[in-house]
Write a protein that binds this ligand. Structure first.
Ligand code: UD1
Ligand code: UDP
Length: 360
């Protein structure tokens, strides 16, 4: 019997890599199914090349679409795939549409589901990810949590405690496993980076879908760029809107294609501060000790605020906060000694140990 990993979007690849590696060292048979939710080389293949992930056994090629169209294509493709493979376990990651679709299909086929990164809650039902997370957890036979808060949320929602395992954070496994590769000096050798810069990455619908919101963000980012360079690898979701709003017209705003994992985390490591709405980046900056300004009203990762460098902000605060950070105020930074419990690089091993026990 084999376990099947379902991955589809950029953050899935980063989280799956250590779990696949840990199962591999236990000799457990496995397959990687790529749904094709993300498909550009820079949103997908680059992560397989860099992270030692095996090439996907299959790519369902579902591509982009409305939530209904994309989810429908995922359901049909995954049902066929699971029927053909009869996996012993389906492993899903995070909170993207591929995650929800795989959990739903597996549950209906009576295939056990393991959810990696279970129990995160923003309590904001306007986010597609909150819908995906909540439903996925209800459908999962094993819930792997990254933080004590997540364990508590699952208990509050009636998930059986014996199915919940606090294992640490596989995204941080990948970060720690690759620390030596995040060489800022080497990145400066290949990319024309300013000495001091703020790194930015934005892709949440609430920030990038509405042109009026984008215009407000661009005005504030330009204000930031009046005093420090801003380097922004642009997620395809917001590319057209940011271009239409003239983000790149400021001489100190540097727009890039989405970066591969090693270049991106190196960019973050070398930055004075990060402006983001990414989930994973809130966690990575916590470990790297880089101040993180999160343009959101809430976060499903509050441990990055209590134990890390994260702070929730509205765009009007950006110029002032960046000025403070430039003046040496770290906004309550973290040190590696006080990071969240079990964010130690061994989450993949713990997940593999639990799965090995289930598989008998
Ligand atoms: C998805 C996830 C989000 C996650 C993000 C990570 C859902 C509902 N959202 O958002 O939780 O944080 O991935 O990056 O699953 N596009 C391309 N090339 C690609 C992929 C996408 O051009 O390779 C463009 C298409 O115009 C597409 C748009 O980006 O319509 C959005 O892609 P989609 O996968 O639907 O959602 P994301 O915004 O990427
Ligand atoms: N990332 C990357 N290149 C980029 C932007 C992000 O490799 O240009 C990495 C980032 O370091 C993290 C992951 O992609 O490991 C997060 O993905 P994303 O922000 O797209 O999704 P989210 O975490 O918000 O779901």
């Amino acid at each position: 019997a084999e376990v099947v990993h379902i991955v589809g979007a950029r953050p899935n690849f980063v989280k799956a890599a250590p779990v696949v590696a840990a199962l591999e060292s236990r000799g457990i048979r496995q397959a990687v199914v790529h749904t094709g939710q993300h498909y550009d080389d820079r949103m997908s293949a680059v992560f397989f090349r860099e992270l030692g992930l095996p090439r996907p056994d299959v790519d369902l090629g579902v591509g982009s679409g409305s939530h209904a169209a994309q989810t429908a294509a995922l359901l049909v493709g995954l049902e066929q795939e699971f029927t053909n493979r009869s996996p012993a376990f389906v492993i899903v990651y995070g909170d993207v549409n591929s995650t929800l679709a795989a959990a739903l299909v597996a549950a209906k086929l009576h295939i056990p589901v393991a959810h990696v990164e279970a129990g995160l809650r923003s309590f904001d039902w306007s986010m597609p990810e909150e819908v995906n997370r909540r439903v996925t957890d209800q459908l999962s036979d094993l819930c792997f949590a990254t933080s004590p808060e997540a364990v508590a949320h699952l208990a509050n929602e009636g998930i059986a405690p014996e199915s919940v395992h606090l294992v640490g954070n596989p995204m941080i496994d990948t970060l720690l496993a690759n620390l030596d590769r995040f060489d800022v000096a080497a990145l400066r050798g290949t990319r024309d980076l300013p000495d001091t810069y703020v790194a930015a990455t934005l892709h949440r619908p609430a920030n990038v879908d509405d042109p009026a919101t984008v215009a407000r963000l661009v005005a504030r980012l330009h204000e930031v760029a009046d005093s420090v360079d801003v380097v922004m690898p642009v997620h395809p979701r917001g590319r057209a809107a940011f271009e239409a709003a003239g983000l790149g017209d400021h001489p100190r705003v540097h727009l890039l294609e989405p970066l591969g994992y090693v270049e991106f985390v190196t960019l973050v490591r070398g930055s004075t501060a990060v402006v983001t709405d990414s989930g994973g980046v809130q966690e990575e900056t916590t470990i790297l000790g880089v101040p993180c300004l999160t343009l959101r009203p809430n976060t499903e990762r509050p441990i990055t605020i209590t134990h890390g460098t994260n702070r929730l902000v509205v765009e009007s605060e950006l110029p002032g906060l960046v000025a403070k950070i430039l003046a040496g105020d770290a906004l309550g930074g973290t040190t590696l000694a006080e990071v969240p419990p079990l964010w130690d690089g061994r989450a993949g091993e713990r997940i593999a140990a639990v799965l090995a026990g289930e598989l008998g």
